[in-house]
Ligand binder design. Structure first.
Ligand SMILES: Nc1ncnc2c1ncn2[C@@H]1O[C@H](COP(=O)(O)OP(=O)(O)OP(=O)(O)O)[C@@H](O)[C@H]1O
Ligand SMILES: [Mg+2]
Length: 307
């Protein structure tokens, strides 16, 4: 069983328009809403793979109810914890030139709500093999939140994957996650210098490992990923760039890495799975969707290289 944590769960609202006129009235042609937040996307991918998962995090208000209804509709095991505040929405405007995203900050979480979540998290760890902690930390929650949760997981014998950025990532390292999964930009921002070359990238990954991460998997969009692990360093990529919606590709990678922990796969196998899953998520239309037929095809085609 894999537990996914989305502290800042959201209702993702997608507007599709033929054209956007800024500073004018626009007619939205199509609206779709669904439960989102990175950990929810991870759980969707696991569900598609037939891997048991439980979704937890914080939700509140009418938007929280809508999130929970959609989790149920998706067949996900919802163990979200309620808060008094209203869950956030994210609005994505999809137009012919691309997509524009507006992310609300999320409701304030009180100290007692956070304490209640920590208790529930402790209960949910029982019976889990891995936990994936993804995304931003809402206002009101202590900056060391991910470190606290990861330490509890480690004490319960549950291995952690951390997909966060900035402070949430750096403070989380103290909880000794088995794997952290920044993208290249997030890694550069975390260590305070750009990671353009392979040398810079491996040096930055080394810093996160000395800070407490067991392994670092850096994703680089169509260029695939670079892994710095106790067993060695690798690069892996799909044979060519895949066209589609790359939002959520990183979440698909996080899902694959968690399955790798669950199954104790050797690193080369794990990385091939991660790249195939990331590419299959680009083919899948919405964040959290993977195209299973493409996934199977990509697995055989991934270029893996030991550094
Ligand atoms: N256009 C693409 N073609 C092929 N593979 C891709 C493409 N985009 C992403 N991938 C695969 O998916 C992985 C994750 O993508 P990316 O680096 O964009 O993650 P991310 O920035 O964390 O995304 P998000 O946070 O939106 O989920 C990459 O390492 C790569 O293996
Ligand atoms: Mg990401």
């Amino acid at each position: 069983l894999i537990l996914t944590v989305t502290l800042n769960a959201a209702l993702d609202v997608t507007y599709r328009l033929g054209e956007v006129h800024w500073d004018q009235v626009n007619r939205v042609e199509q609206v779709s809403t669904r439960a989102g937040g990175k950990g929810v996307n991870v759980a969707r991918v696991l569900h598609a793979l037939g891997v048991d998962s439980t979704v937890t995090g914080l939700v509140g208000g009418a938007t929280g109810d809508a999130i929970r209804a959609d989790l149920a509709a998706a067949g996900l095991n919802d163990q979200m914890v309620g808060i008094a505040g209203e869950s956030r929405r994210t609005v994505v405007i999809v137009h012919p030139r691309g997509a524009t995203v507006f992310n609300e900050p999320g409701a304030h979480v009180s100290a007692s709500e956070w304490a209640a979540f920590v208790d529930r998290f402790g209960e949910l760890l029982a019976g889990c093999a891995a936990v994936v902690l993804s995304g931003s930390v809402p206002p009101g929650i202590p900056r060391e939140a991910y470190a606290v949760l990861l330490r509890m997981a480690t004490d319960a014998g549950v291995q952690g994957v951390l997909d966060a950025q900035g402070e949430a990532l750096m403070a989380g390292l103290a909880g000794r996650p088995a794997i952290v999964k920044p993208n290249q930009l997030e890694l550069g921002a975390a260590v305070g210098r750009p990671c353009g070359s392979m040398e810079d990238l491996l040096a930055a990954a080394g810093l996160l490992r000395s800070g407490g991460a067991g392994a670092v998997v850096v994703t680089r969009g169509a260029d695939g990923l670079v892994a710095s692990t106790p067993d060695g360093n690798w690069t892996a990529a799909a044979p060519e760039s895949v066209a589609g919606n790359a939002t959520g590709a990183g979440d698909a990678v996080a899902a694959a890495l968690a399955v790798g922990l669950l199954r104790a796969q050797p690193w080369p196998e794990r990385l091939v799975e991660a790249v195939a899953m990331g590419a299959a998520a680009v083919v899948g239309s919405l964040a959290g969707d993977i195209d299973l037929a493409s996934y199977r095809g990509f697995r055989a085609a991934v270029h893996l290289r030991r550094l």
